[in-house]
Design a protein. Structure first.
Lengths: 114, 115
């Protein structure tokens, strides 16, 4: 069956450290993978998109990797801050879905303590 | 742009009542999506439209759910009759055709409670 699994429901780290979140998938052929941030009571907000032929994408303190062999994406936040505390969702754009529909993981809630 | 607008933000109703959720997408976006989010199941796609036409409604849980998009600036999701298990946060999202076409812009959501 098809699955998207994000490594853990919650991740607690100290300010200044690097947070690493994992997204694993099975039985999908994603053309691209996206990461979203969701704050309590709000809708998800797009952060980064990485395509299947890209290994890595960066944006400021954020870095995403995409390994189609391992069927895994890693999402890194360097020099983390308490303001980074939120739930982070990964989402796949499956080749079989005409590149339009996204399938979301359940998310990992990150807490950064000062 | 004001972003995706959803109304109401909160809805409390009794079992058996009809519920209508509303969405105004970002102007110029050709795709509109309806999602439901619960703790147990996460964010699930219910239905999406392209240029006002429903493309995939396989995520709609039952015939009690229906969605329409009468024009490019308005969509509704209706539940009739509502049941307690429909309690969730419902999100509308829109996406542009060009550029990062599969980036989705979400509204603030409607928190539905069915008693």
């Amino acid at each position: 069956s098809q699955k998207i699994e994000q490594n853990s429901e919650a991740l607690n780290i100290q300010e200044g450290k690097t947070a690493t979140l994992t997204c694993n998938y099975t039985n999908y052929s994603p053309a691209y993978l996206q990461w979203y941030r969701q704050d309590p009571g709000r809708g998800p907000v797009f952060l980064l998109l990485i395509r299947e032929n890209e290994k890595e994408k960066r944006k400021e303190r954020l870095k995403v990797t995409f390994d189609t062999t391992l069927k895994q994406s890693l999402f890194h936040i360097t020099a983390s801050q308490p303001a980074d505390s939120a739930t982070y969702l990964c989402a796949l754009g499956d080749l079989n879905q005409a590149g339009t529909a996204l399938i979301f993981g359940k998310g990992t809630t990150l807490s950064v303590s000062s | 742009d004001a972003g995706v607008i959803q109304s109401p933000r909160h809805e409390v109703t009794e079992m058996g009542q009809e519920v209508t959720l509303r969405c105004k997408p970002i102007s110029g976006h050709d795709y509109l999506f309806w999602y439901r989010q619960t703790m147990m199941r996460g964010l699930e796609l219910l239905i999406y439209f392209n240029n006002n036409v429903p493309i995939d409604d396989s995520g709609m849980p039952e015939d009690r759910f229906s969605a329409k998009m009468p024009n490019a600036s308005f969509s509704t999701l209706k539940i009739q009759p509502s049941e307690p298990r429909d309690s969730a946060v419902y999100f509308c999202a829109s996406s542009p055709l060009q550029g990062m076409r599969d980036t989705q812009y979400f509204g603030p959501g409607t928190r539905l409670t069915v008693l």
